[in-house]
Each structure stands twice: as structure tokens, then as C-alpha cells.
Ligand binder design. Structure first.
Ligand code: 5GP
Ligand code: MN
Length: 335
């Protein structure tokens, strides 16, 4: 993988570009894809954003979101676009299998592949150009850096800033997590100078739930949470029946896992959701416990040191039992 600086001279010639991100894109994945989309369009490229799956409706207001192609419901059209593209930008994921059912299409594509990502252990051999930096708060911050260093920094506008702010805000827990550097605050100051309406964006993302989502949260906290004090760990187990009862939509379980770390002394929070195709794990930690390593080792996943995800094909009961079993190996680390 060559450094991203080597790619910048190519931006001068109009090309076809596809931008994609990890499945079930969150604020950072969708925000970075759309921020880059508007930038590449401003340079005269022909750009399509293809998402591997659907996404949470609280992202729909993002400028350009209505143009995003959902691979799962447009497989043929997506394949045509990918097979005809010159460039494929892969944003906010480190390995191609994070695009789920799109992995094969992306692997066999013969175009130039460019990675922009902040997860650990990237699959470098799959990309011709790229930047991978785990110290970055978000892929949105990295797309800002990309624009700033590209030679076309003057193209940055309020539309791009709105998209990029969204992912920086969501991935930093609203400017709370350690990766919220002085640079991040300077980037936001630049966005404000362009006219960014940060209060509106916060409302679009965080004040747009339906009543059912809050009922699901209440039920999960009351009935589906267990605190394992001997391991300084708390766990939430959400069965399929809850998802049906509260009519859960994509994104409705986002943020649930964070409540676990708000309990005094808790160093590891784990949430497992009984999805149709798999049991999906989310892990969060503080005080040094490495959930990236934990998720890689035991749950086919990964992510960052303090926020990672994983999966299992076991039944819900089985995977929870396995979690409690492997936890025993970490008793000393969790003290
Ligand atoms: P979340 O728990 O919010 O779904 O994910 C937390 C972090 O871990 C995110 O940065 C996400 O991209 C990453 N992540 C989630 N699931 C997986 C997974 O199955 N594999 C890998 N490698 N990373 C994941
Ligand atoms: Mn991210």
C-alpha cells in the first residue's frame, strides 16, 4: 500500500469513483463517505456511494444520503458500477469482510483501491494507496486531513463540513473520548467558520428516536442486564423477542452498550444482540482493558482498544456461556 500522498496527483484527472464503508454504516462511516463524495464531485469526478447494507434512519438527513445505493437491495446495479469504476475508496473499515456480502465483488474488482481508516491491523495488501492511523478520532477527521493535504483544500464547503462533523461527533462520543485531540477541535473551529450548525446536527442524530426505542432501552436496562462484580464487567443480552416486541429498527441498539461503563468500577461492558444471521457482540472498555484483542481472540471481531465488535454463530445462550467462560482468563487484567 503506497502512502496517500502518492495518490493526490491523480485527483487532477476526472475519473469514476465508488466509495464504500463497513456494513450497517454508523455516523462515521456514512459521514466520511458523503464528505468525500461531495469533495470528489466538486473536483469533477463521477462518484457513487454504495453501502453494503441498510443504515439507521437517523442518518437520512445527511446531504447526499438519498443518493446512496444499498447493495443488498441493488446487487446487479452495484456490481455494474463497481466493475466500471476507476477508483474504489474503502472508508472506516480495515478488512474487506467488514463489507459482508460485498466482499467478493470488492476483492475481484480490478480498479485502484484506496483505504482511509482508523481501525487496528488493516489488510494493507488489498489496497494500492491508503492511510491507516489508529490515533485518529474518526474516519471523518481523516477525510478532512485528506482534503486539507490534497492540493484542493479550498474546495471544502459547508456541505462537506456537515457530513464530516457528524462522524467526528459520533465517534468521539461528542468530543469525550481520548482521541479528541487539539487538532480535532481546530477542525471543528474551521467547520464553524464555514457556518456549521452543530446544535441542529446533534438534534438530527440524537433526538430522533421513536418511543419504541426508549422502551427497548428501558427494558434492556431493567431486565436484560447482569453485573459481574467479580470481573468488573457488565453484560446486556438482547433476545430476538425483544427486537420484535419493541419493533427495533437498524440503529435502535446503537449506544446501548455505553450505559454499562457508566456503572461505578465497571471496566468491561459487553452487549450481545440476537440478530437473524448471527449473534452480534459489542464491547467497550476503560482503564486499559484491550477489547480489540479480546474480540479478535474469542469472537471473530476487532476494532479499537476501547471499542470493538464481534460475532458468533452459536445460539444466544451458548455465546453468553462462552463469554462468561473466557472471562475467567481475564480476571487479573480486570482487577
Ligand atoms: P460497535 O460495537 O459500535 O458495533 O463497533 C465498535 C467498533 O468496533 C467500531 O469501530 C466497529 O467498526 C468495530 N467493529 C464492530 N464489529 C466488528 C467486527 O465484527 N469486526 C471488526 N474487525 N471490527 C468490528
Ligand atoms: Mn469510525
Amino acid at each position: 500500500m503506497q502512502s496517500i500522498d502518492q495518490f493526490f496527483p491523480l485527483l487532477a484527472t476526472p475519473q469514476k469513483a465508488v466509495i464504500t464503508m463497513h456494513q450497517k454504516p454508523d455516523g462515521d462511516a456514512m459521514g466520511s463517505a458523503l464528505g468525500l463524495y461531495h469533495f470528489l464531485q466538486a473536483l469533477g469526478h463521477e462518484v457513487t456511494v454504495i453501502s453494503p447494507t441498510n443504515w439507521a434512519s437517523f442518518l437520512n438527513w445527511l446531504p447526499g444520503c438519498d443518493k446512496v445505493v444499498d447493495y443488498e437491495t441493488n446487487r446487479e446495479k452495484s456490481a455494474q458500477i463497481v466493475n466500471a469504476t476507476d477508483w474504489l475508496f474503502c472508508l472506516d473499515f480495515n478488512v474487506l469482510h467488514r463489507t459482508k456480502n460485498m466482499e467478493q465483488l470488492l476483492t475481484q474488482a480490478s480498479c485502484t483501491k484506496i483505504l482511509i481508516d482508523h481501525h487496528q491491523q488493516p489488510q494493507e495488501e488489498a489496497f494500492q494507496y491508503g492511510v491507516s492511523n489508529t490515533a485518529k478520532s474518526s474516519t471523518c477527521e481523516m477525510v478532512y486531513d485528506f482534503i486539507a493535504a490534497s492540493g484542493y483544500a479550498d474546495k471544502l464547503d459547508i456541505t462537506m463540513a456537515t457530513c464530516l462533523y457528524t462522524g467526528i461527533m459520533t465517534d468521539t462520543g461528542s468530543f469525550r473520548f481520548p482521541a479528541t485531540s487539539a487538532h480535532v477541535h481546530r477542525v471543528i473551529a474551521h467547520f464553524k467558520d464555514l457556518g456549521l450548525e452543530h446544535t441542529l446536527i446533534h438534534q438530527y442524530i440524537y433526538d430522533s428516536s421513536l418511543e419504541t426505542r426508549l422502551r427497548l432501552l428501558g427494558n434492556t436496562l431493567l431486565n436484560r442486564m447482569e453485573v459481574l462484580y467479580e470481573y468488573n464487567t457488565a453484560i446486556m443480552v438482547v433476545p430476538k423477542s425483544d427486537l420484535l416486541r419493541f419493533d427495533a429498527k437498524t440503529g435502535d441498539t446503537e449506544g446501548l452498550v455505553n450505559y454499562l461503563l457508566s456503572i461505578q468500577g465497571i471496566k468491561l461492558g459487553a452487549l450481545v444482540i440476537d440478530r437473524d444471521e448471527e449473534r452480534k457482540w459489542s464491547f467497550r472498555s476503560k482503564d486499559g482493558f484491550d477489547v480489540n484483542a479480546f474480540a479478535r481472540e474469542h469472537f471473530e471481531g476487532g476494532g479499537h482498544k476501547n471499542a470493538a465488535g464481534g460475532r458468533s454463530s452459536d445460539s444466544l445462550d451458548q455465546t453468553v456461556r462462552k463469554f462468561k467462560q473466557v472471562l475467567q482468563q481475564y480476571e487479573a487484567q480486570l482487577q
